[in-house]
Design a protein around this ligand. Structure first.
Ligand code: BTN
Length: 260
């Protein structure tokens, strides 16, 4: 893929672009660039990944020719504790970009890192932070979007939980259009997040919250906990109402066990 064919309208994000036929993990490659001192905005994208990384030490299914696998190098001047909300900012850009490409999708943000369509995962986000002397040196924002993969080509273990634009709409779409829509949305949202913090975007994220009102099971401080998702707070935490009271959750995985 060459950037000439990508309708990119950004000033900084994705202007330095590397497209690889094959990578182990675009997050790994961008991480090495961060360590080497490469500037903010680098985009590395691969047609396929041989060791795609997911959250919680899981892998990311990355077959060739059908989906998007890309990572961005970011160097925001923010406090380390603010970085936990970055996946929601990326998620907002992905959800809005997907909605622009295929309005029927109605994508939702599943706190803290996923985009869902019709209750199934269409995109996963893996943000990794690198600190130097207690300050943010760089961040890697890795994004995998299922674009044109068909249901019959998903591995059995993903059949019930994953979807793609093609599965949802019955149509294939050029991957470069999806990439551009996401990056074009991301740049202004990222600038707002850097300048004003997540609170400036919380309302937009809450409007697309996939979990609100859902009954969740989560592990909090090692203890299984159930509660009702009650929105995303101005610092990016998930508000969980449990029988023992209301609690702010800053990290973890939310399993939906019912609709409230
Ligand atoms: C998750 O849902 O667990 C996060 C998945 C993130 C996958 C993307 S694909 C591009 C980038 N490179 C990787 O190795 N992982 C991210």
């Amino acid at each position: 893929m060459d950037l000439q064919s990508v309708p990119l309208a950004t000033k900084r994000i994705g202007r330095a672009f590397r497209f690889l036929k094959e990578a182990d993990s675009t997050n790994r490659i961008v991480d090495a660039e961060g360590t080497a001192g490469t500037g903010e905005g680098l985009l590395v994208m691969a047609d396929m990944q041989t060791a795609g990384r997911g959250r919680m030490d899981r892998g990311w299914f990355s077959p060739p020719g059908v989906n998007l696998y890309f990572s961005l190098l970011l160097r925001p001047d923010v406090e380390p504790h603010c970085v936990a909300s970055l996946p929601l900012v990326v998620g907002l850009a992905v959800a809005e970009g997907l909605a622009e490409c295929a309005p029927a999708l109605q994508p939702k943000i599943k706190w803290p890192n996923d985009i869902h369509v019709g209750g199934k995962k269409i995109c996963g986000i893996l943000c990794e932070m690198h600190l130097k002397d207690g300050r943010v040196d760089y961040l890697v924002a890795g994004i995998g979007v299922n674009v044109n993969i068909l249901a019959k080509h998903l591995p059995p273990e993903l059949q019930a939980t994953a979807t793609s634009i093609a599965i949802e709409t019955g149509q294939t779409i050029p991957r470069e259009n999806v990439l551009a829509a996401i990056l074009n949305r991301f740049e202004p949202l990222y600038d707002e997040w850097r300048a004003f913090g997540f609170k400036a975007l919380a309302q937009q994220v809450n409007m697309l919250d996939a979990l609100r009102g859902k009954h969740l099971r989560m592990e909090l401080s090692g203890k299984p906990t159930e509660g009702t998702a009650s929105g995303i707070l101005p610092d990016g935490a998930l508000l969980l109402k449990t029988p023992k009271g209301t609690t702010s959750v800053y990290s973890g995985e939310a399993h939906i066990v019912g609709s409230g």
